[in-house]
Design a protein around this ligand. Sequence first.
Ligand SMILES: [Zn+2]
Length: 111
Amino acid sequence: MKLSELRPCDNCGGKIAPIFYVLRISPAVINMRDAHQGVALGEAFGFPLELVEGMGMSGEIGTIAMDEKKDSGKQIMTEIWICQECHMQPINIAEIVERVSERKHDKVEEK
Ligand SMILES: [Zn+2]
């Protein structure tokens, strides 16, 4: 992290130094067809899901966008910075993510 990259708390706009918290938020998607198939197979044979996962299915039924190896997954991720004071209070993560995403979007349009 560079000095020029520092910014205020994404919730209150206050100072973040010396200790703050970083939350990386990403959408995640479950492939419902694969999930239902796995559950149905387990129920049909009375197998636990761990066994069903070992029976030829990959075991992967979902994706967390920011864990994808492609850059597009990382672009979908939103990083929010929270000061110590806000960290101790209830915060609306959806509102903060929206605000940070808009700011990120504005910066891209400026370029
Ligand atoms: Zn704050």
